[in-house]
Design a protein around this ligand. Sequence first.
Ligand SMILES: *Cc1c(COP(=O)(O)O)cnc(C)c1O
Length: 482
Amino acid sequence: MSEPPFPLEPDGAAFDAWTSACVAFVRDYLLSLPNQPASDADAAEPLRSGLREPAPESGRPMDELLARLRPAVLASFNTAGPGYLAFIPGGGVYAAALADYVALSVNRYVGVAKTAPALVEIEATVIAWLAELMGYPADARGLLTSGGSMSNLIAIITARAARLPEDFLRGILYFSEETHASVAKAARLAGFPERNLRRLPVDARYRLEPAALERAVTEDKERGATPFLIVANVGTTNTGALDPVPAIVDIARRQGLWVHADAAYGGFFRLCAEGAARTQGIDGCDSITLDPHKGLFLPYGTGCLLVRDGEALRRAHQGDAAYLRDVAPDADQVNFTDLSPELSRDFRGLRIWLPVQLHGLAAFRRQLEEKLELTRLAYAELAADARFELLDEPQLSVVAFRLRVPAGAGEGADEESDRVNAELLRRVNARGRVFLSSTVLGGRTTLRICVLSFRTHRERLLEAIATLQEEAGRLGRGTGAK
Ligand SMILES: *Cc1c(COP(=O)(O)O)cnc(C)c1O
């Protein structure tokens, strides 16, 4: 059988063969997910050298390529599995993968509205759904990004354009010391030196203190600087802390500052009643970062930025290109390129539209309610065990805790605590059923459980707790009965 001269367009037989091979690959993967190790990244070492090779001149069979891919997939943190409780879990609902398959196959152009008006309307509708969920008015605008970091960058650039002169180096940004590192990184990328960033202290529950914020803003004004932006956390990454948004918005209004809500982790909890109650005031923020690849359980690469005053987003981004004159938008059309740094891009709106249409919002609400419930359960179980110290009651779906070191450890108690907790984490993760991560709070190693995968249910969560308790016992910490 000879190769066709232009194999980039498969014939019917090749189309069917490739597609069914990929479908079989994904089906096998998804069915085996609950029994795959929660992490197997060490297995990647021997694979890496075998994968580094020159690009082949002639094509290879699909089956052979998938066979090479399979072990590479498994040799990683199992971020899609039910045992993934580390960092902020994603998920990857299958319908979103199908949406990408369709979107990339039809390959229509959605950078400007005129080239695919109805598809751009689908994406604009998705933005309108998310804006409404946040309580934003109809003239809010937004865009889908690759993730929260990009959203934070675009938000800071938008606020800079809205509130500062072109020569902006007097502009000062404020955020708590618990804020995600992407905010300081975005500020740097947007041109602000470190001396323009104010990292403010938090209270005992890791929330920004409004009084400290107002004091810092007043002091900066007195010395001739130009405060322009506050970033409020709607769910910090470390502990899920919720900054007091209404009080922050109040200060911002009084002082003439832009408030950006980093709701990358916490925003979608608004889909359930409890989450909506805890995130009140978010509609008063000037812009909001959301990560559908976290709280909507979609695949990585799905972020969102919403801006309350849509015109501010447009003013910061709109350019002028003679070669686009034939496709200028009508007054009622959204040109995503005028709201974003990008021109060409994938039709990523379908990745949200299809899962939401296919499942309905209720399916997402139920998941988020369950995640809050499971987090309360994890907190209650660990709090009932005297061996563990809990750092805060869950504000969303994170439990932060430490295994206590016995009284009498004396001088080196902190180092001993760091060592023992790192060892506990290592042992729990090594068992391969759940995967947890650690952070530093108050200068000390702290373990966390973050419940956000749509595949994590009660059984696996209880298994995580039992594993922690067993390994604590093996570390010589008894049974912990109170
Ligand atoms: C995850 C996260 C980010 C960064 O988002 P990416 O999608 O990983 O770029 C920013 N802020 C918070 C609070 C987050 O949890």
